[in-house]
Design a protein around this ligand. Structure first.
Ligand code: SAM
Length: 426
């Protein structure tokens, strides 16, 4: 490598005035440009000036990107500074030029830290962290690197070890796994945390055990999504289950979980589990009628491959493939974070299953935006979520299984909704 870094200084002219005056658009474009170039985003900060103008910086593992926009001149000046040879800064420049609708640009590339002008210091070695005894450990000092999940208004940042344990973009989505300090390993799909080692039990215990104890004799289960294996692990605690069909669209999610999230994925090889790597929407279309006791939709958000899993057509198919006393459980988003989707899907369930057969229950999951998340419980044939509950039997099961969230009391109290949630569902 002839130089430590490549520095592109770019001028963009006749840009779209509204776009370069929209701080969220500029930030998302810069973040996308960094991804396109193959860079690892560490953190970013963007600011909108009054009356016009946006400035922002992205720190990447491979150095930084910065931008200053003058909408009053239709002009944007950009610095793309990258180190190492895994990132192509020109990909970022081309992407931004298109995104900001610049009519033209001018650029210059500088080599920074040219090897013939610098020499490596012989005395500098990374200092390992010390044990309480003062003994050095073999852990390298953390790099103060943060993973941030964000939407327009809310962001959650988690400090991680600096390296991505897994990073692969499949034909469906970008799959990443980080080792975070506060939540252990996290599985991230298209920038959203879908499960974290430290609190995944909350989600997986509640999505599995509520229907399993509500249904009189659950034997045949369908899980759509759920490639991380957590829901399957909980279902398999119930010996009376005969078969679980797991329909996951992306084999790479299963692979990533098996490699890096064994506490969740280890149960995927159980002989009762039949894994089908296919689109759940197509699978249910080709499914026979009335064959499942319980269908669990363990999907991520209604974007990308999961979008079709939040539609009336899809839910009608689920209704068809359920046995007479069948139960459908869906992760139904957050009544605090995505109110519109939450409201829409429950209106849809009410139309298909009948309002009296549709219930909402909540759980509290710190690694999900707003920490409050919901499930829907819809039953064909009017099973009440509480009718088959046996307190002792459930609590014996929870003790034997060493559960940390679900219990007889949590089953009952999770259906008790705060007024603001009941109002949304009116
Ligand atoms: N608990 C998580 C959440 O709430 O975000 C979901 C976890 S699980 C990993 C979600 C899985 O659904 C992903 O592995 C994704 O690949 C899968 N998925 C998305 N769309 C799908 C589809 N149409 N058919 C089957 N699986 C799908």
């Amino acid at each position: 490598m002839k130089a430590l870094g490549r520095h592109i200084i770019a001028e963009l002219y006749n840009c779209d005035l509204d776009k370069i005056d929209d701080v969220t658009f500029v930030e998302n474009s810069m973040l996308a440009a960094a991804e396109k170039a193959g860079a690892t985003v560490i953190n970013s900060t963007f600011h909108h000036f009054s009356p016009f103008g946006v400035s922002g910086v992205i720190v990447i593992q491979e150095s930084h990107f910065s931008i200053h926009c003058w909408p009053e001149f239709g002009y944007a000046s950009i610095d793309i500074y990258t180190c190492g040879d895994t990132v192509d800064p020109w990909l970022a420049y081309e992407y931004l030029k298109n995104e900001l609708n610049a009519s033209h640009g001018s650029t210059i590339e500088l080599s920074r830290g040219q090897s013939n002008l610098i020499s490596a210091s012989k005395s500098l070695h990374p200092t390992p962290l010390k044990k309480p005894s003062g003994e050095p450990t073999n852990i390298k000092r953390s790099k103060n690197v943060w993973f941030t999940e964000r939407n327009e208004n809310i962001a959650l940042s988690l400090k991680h070890s600096g390296e991505r344990l897994y990073n692969y973009t499949s034909k469906f989505q970008k799959i990443e796994i980080y080792q975070t300090e506060a939540f252990g390993r996290i599985l991230v799909l298209d920038g959203n945390i879908v499960c974290a080692e430290e609190d995944e039990y909350v989600y997986h215990e509640m999505i599995a055990h509520v229907p399993m104890f509500a249904h009189p004799h659950p034997k045949k289960i369908l899980v759509i999504g759920g490639g991380d294996g957590g829901t399957i692990r909980e279902l398999l605690r119930h010996e009376n289950i005969e078969q679980i069909d797991l329909v996951e669209i992306d084999e790479h999610v299963i692979k990533a979980a098996q490699e890096h999230l064994p506490k969740m994925a280890s149960s995927l090889i159980d002989k009762k589990v039949k894994i089908k790597v296919e689109d759940g929407i197509e699978f249910v279309k080709n499914c026979g009628t009335g064959i499942y006791d319980i269908v669990i939709i363990d999907s991520d958000d209604p974007v990308g491959p999961g979008e079709g899993l939040f539609t009336k057509t899809f839910y009608n198919e689920i209704y068809r493939i359920l046995q007479n006393y069948g139960i459908m459980i869906t992760q139904s988003e957050s009544p605090r974070y995505n109110i519109h989707i939450f409201k829409e899907v429950f209106q849809c369930y009410n139309k298909i299953f009948g309002r009296e057969n549709v219930h909402c229950y909540l759980m509290y999951l710190p690694s999900y935006p707003s920490g409050m998340w919901s499930f829907s419980f819809s039953s064909k044939g009017g099973i009440d979520p509480f009718q088959n509950l046996a307190n002792e039997k459930i609590n014996d099961f929870c003790k034997r299984s060493n559960l940390k969230y679900y219990s007889f009391d949590m089953h009952n109290s999770s259906f008790v909704l705060p007024k603001f949630v009941r109002d949304i569902l009116l």
